[in-house]
Design a protein around this ligand. Structure first.
Ligand code: COA
Length: 353
């Protein structure tokens, strides 16, 4: 190596040394702030727990003495109760940007790793990614089911579809549990529905290629085609709703208003609901056909009756939950103006998106 090249390398290194000192200082600053943040999070969490405990005690005392109060005191009491309720919802908002404990299911699968998303922009991105994941797999299921309609007896290709569904629903339960930990209001039934669907796909996977399997196969493939099409429609409703909630949160008042959002939501739901009800009817029909098959003397597989029962449970659960959701939306429960405006109101982090 020529002398001049060695010197230029040394100069470069000395430059880097100076920059490294700066980097070290920055990193120390970051570490300090991180420690401060963790300490602050712990303090806030324990303060909220303390406040909740004291509010519970106040509530209990109020309940015990409620009957002895005069009319004037009762007015003070209802005012106090309103303040307590307001404080409770403030705590819920505060907790959105604080770390959350993993539920039992996530603790079993992931352990106590921190999966809390601490800002609304990250929560939005995660939700968007979850919806895209569902869309992609739905298209794959659609193509695979379509492909399977051309074969009459191809148990091993069927197994690919069944296995894909086991993996898909299993992944959904994990992703949805993460969403719930991060404040999503997904109804418990939809989560349970995906747990049950995992079992359903698992049972279909181990159902031997028998008389009953071959008889039900075509109907099952048609059902999967229909369901995947339904999931695609659901995607457009959910992602449209997500996009509009973000616009609301950003307060681009000219773009969208709460009334505009509600009107769009009702239009979307009115379009989607007939297809959903056809899907539930299809599930009920599957249950009926499988039950009839299970009574036939040529059917020896336990999977047939088990699947009939599962389809019945899925149909009843879906139908009941969808009707509850519609009723809640008509009564505007959980869709209050304050909630909608807060849902995806990002801070400065939004600019990073
Ligand atoms: N799966 C996963 N998440 C769902 C969901 C579902 N089926 N339905 C609603 N959610 C989520 C929403 O995205 C929202 O999440 P967020 O709090 O993170 O923003 C939350 O649950 C609350 O949604 P909600 O206001 O109750 O309903 P919605 O307007 O988003 O959707 C329906 C209403 C009826 C369109 C929707 O629940 C639906 O498509 N249900 C049918 C599902 C079904 O039957 N699947 C099986 C087909 S056979």
């Amino acid at each position: 190596m020529a002398n001049s090249e060695l010197e230029s390398c040394l100069d470069d290194w000395n430059d880097l040394e100076k920059e490294f000192e700066q980097l070290e200082a920055e990193h120390k600053k970051y570490q300090k702030k991180l420690d401060e943040m963790v300490a602050c999070q712990k303090k806030c969490l324990s303060s909220i727990a303390h406040h909740r405990y004291r509010m519970k005690t106040i509530n209990e005392t109020l309940k015990k003495n409620e009957k002895k109060l005069t009319e004037e005191e009762k007015t003070v009491l209802s005012d106090l109760r309103r303040k307590i309720d307001d404080r409770k919802s403030t705590f819920r908002e505060m907790e959105e940007v604080l770390p959350h404990k993993n539920g039992l299911y996530l603790s079993i699968i992931l352990g106590q790793v921190n999966i809390s998303l601490l800002n609304k922009a990250d929560k939005y991105s995660y939700k968007q990614e979850y919806e895209k994941f569902k869309l992609t797999v739905s298209y794959v299921v659609m193509v695979l089911s379509f492909f399977l309609t051309f074969f009459d007896d191809s148990r091993w290709i069927d197994a690919i579809l069944h296995f894909l569904l086991v993996w898909y629903y299993c992944t959904l339960t994990i992703r949805e549990s993460i969403l719930v930990v991060n404040g999503s209001r997904i109804k418990g039934w939809w989560l349970t529905h995906h747990f049950i669907s995992t079992v359903c796909a698992g049972i279909s996977l181990i159902w031997p290629s028998s008389w009953s399997y071959l008889l039900f196969r075509k109907q099952y493939i048609m059902f999967m085609l229909y369901i995947s099409m339904l999931y695609v429609m659901q995607y457009y409703y959910q992602s449209g709703s997500l996009y509009r909630l973000k616009a609301l949160g950003q307060r681009h008042d000219m773009d969208i208003t709460v009334e505009g959002f509600m009107s769009w939501m009702w239009k979307g739901m009115t379009f989607l609901l007939p297809f959903l009800f056809i899907g539930y009817f299809f599930q009920m029909y599957n249950a009926y056909i499988l039950f009839v098959l299970s009574l036939d003397s040529r059917c020896h597989e336990w999977q047939v009756f088990a699947l009939a029962f599962i389809y019945l449970v899925l149909c009843l659960g879906n139908l009941t939950t969808t009707l509850i959701v519609i009723r809640q939306k008509i009564n505007k429960d959980g869709l209050s103006l304050k909630f909608l405006l807060n849902k995806y109101r990002f801070n400065s982090q939004l600019k990073q998106l």
